[in-house]
Ligand binder design. Structure first.
Ligand code: ZN
Length: 474
């Protein structure tokens, strides 16, 4: 870029942001607020004067950097970037890729922190009992609440692990909620809560979705996968149940996701998958806390990815994730929320911080995992684990514009020191100033631009009251 271009750009940027002291211009905020209730269009803009953490090994961090976005695509990243459209001053902010979440039962966000302190009020009985009373509209409310929380806290990609598909309408409700919020997502279509493990999941639902997926994909922002029960749940599942489901996903060309080795006690569950040819690049394993070194080799050789969720794994007593062990083997690892019925808040920055701290505790070292490495797991590595790193996960020209700006102008984030440590160790949803998904600005100046937040909360509250009434739950 030439110096004249840069001067013109800086003049234009200065004209817009003069006097805003690092905040977005009030006119831009006002325009964003006017668009409340509808997803904003993809425009052209430059986010400038930021500390840009590209999460790309070549581009690295750029102090005083800018990102130019046009029609949903990142067109330039650097210190001297000339670009048209709106000029957004991000002085004092950390700009980085949006976080990539890789396994989340978003539908049961309706039961946030509902898992109680006694065995019959724990996560599984609570979710199974409520889940069986849910109408499609209740699924919609749970997933929309989760997706709104994702955007608000800087997560731009989610994996909606929908294991309460009681009908075609239930699956569609989950997908509609994702589309309404505008988040990038995979909907993995599963089985209904309460269905016996001796019964096959109704394949007609996922087949119908696959056949008509273009109509559901929200312009390619949402993809389809299969949430598979696998070979083990409370007990072993028979091959005549698990095999046809797995084979059908492969026939439909869909990625497969499965909980396996979910606690440190669930040993010996990887080898049967490998022997049964039930691993591969199209398979994502969830938790996988009990794999032996040999089994980790089997995962690596197959090309399968693993999603770890230290927030729920620690809360429910599953044990410590094997994150470092998997990274050492070269297994693609992503990080997940799992379920807010257990974890409460679904702020993925908090989960990443917990993950880093657990790995350092296991290793007995302050220096075992860097803050930067944990952030990679939440961005580019998460994208690799979901097979979408050609589109998102780092700020590189040509990728889709999924990015966030974190303001350090707050008591819990000031002052600007190391951006990696700050982003990992301090970021709460209130610090996430701006969120962009596929070039659409969904949060700006700390406010969601396309959602009526009081309405999202009120409707979720009403849905929960209805389910509690039908469930006869006090
Ligand atoms: Zn799960």
């Amino acid at each position: 870029m030439c110096d004249i271009c840069r001067r013109n750009f800086m003049r234009a940027a200065g004209a817009v942001v003069a006097g805003t002291s690092g905040l977005l211009s009030s006119s831009l905020v006002a325009r964003a607020q006017q668009s409340s209730g509808a997803i904003p269009s993809r425009g052209e803009f430059v986010i400038a004067n930021a500390t840009v953490m590209t999460m790309d090994v070549t581009l690295g961090d750029i102090t005083g950097g800018a990102v130019h976005v046009r029609n949903g695509e990142i067109v330039a990243v650097g210190r001297n970037v000339a670009g048209g459209g709106e000029q957004i001053n991000a002085e004092g902010m950390i700009v980085m890729p949006g976080l990539i979440e890789t396994h989340w039962h978003m539908w049961n966000t309706l039961y946030r922190s509902f898992a109680g302190d006694k065995a019959d009020e724990g996560y599984f009985p609570t979710v199974a009992r409520f889940g069986q009373q849910m109408a499609p509209a209740d699924i919609f409310q749970g997933t929309r609440l989760a997706a709104a929380e994702a955007i608000n806290s800087g997560t731009t990609t989610v994996h909606s692990w929908c294991h309460n598909v009681r009908s075609q309408a239930h699956a569609e409700a989950d997908i509609r909620a994702l589309a309404e919020v505008g988040v990038r997502a995979r909907h993995s279509c599963g089985w209904p809560q309460g269905m016996p493990d001796t019964q096959m999941t109704d394949q007609a639902v996922i087949e119908a979705l696959a056949r008509d997926w273009k109509a559901w994909s929200n312009e390619g922002l949402i993809t389809l996968g299969m949430a598979w029960r696998g070979q083990f749940r409370a007990g072993p599942i028979k091959p005549e149940i698990y095999q046809p489901e797995f084979d059908n996903a492969r026939k439909l060309g869909l990625p497969i996701t499965v909980h396996v080795g979910s606690s440190r006690k669930a040993v010996g569950q990887i080898e049967p998958l490998a022997k049964g040819k039930l691993l591969g690049k199209d398979v994502q394993l969830i938790h996988t806390l009990a794999a032996t070194a040999d089994e980790l080799d089997m995962i690596k050789e197959s090309g399968a990815a693993v999603s770890v969720s230290p927030g729920s794994e620690l809360r429910i007593g599953y044990g410590y994730p094997q994150t470092s062990e998997m990274i050492a083997k070269g297994i693609p690892v992503g990080v997940s929320v799992d379920t807010s019925a257990l974890t409460g808040s679904s702020n993925l920055f908090g989960v990443l911080k917990l993950l880093r701290d657990v790995e350092n505790a296991k290793a007995g070292s302050e220096f075992h995992m860097s803050a930067r490495r944990a952030l990679e797991l939440g961005t580019i590595d998460g994208a690799r684990s979901m097979g979408i790193d050609d589109k998102v996960g780092s700020l590189v020209p040509g990728k889709r514009a999924d990015l966030i700006a974190i303001s350090t102008n707050a008591l819990n984030m000031a002052v600007m020191t190391d951006p990696g440590h700050l982003a990992l160790e301090c970021t709460g949803p209130e610090n996430v100033d701006t969120v962009v998904v596929d070039g659409r600005i969904l949060k700006r100046g700390g406010k969601l631009t396309a959602l009526d937040v009081p309405k999202v909360i009120a409707e979720a509250r009403t849905a929960l009251a209805g389910v509690r009434e039908r469930t006869k739950w006090r």
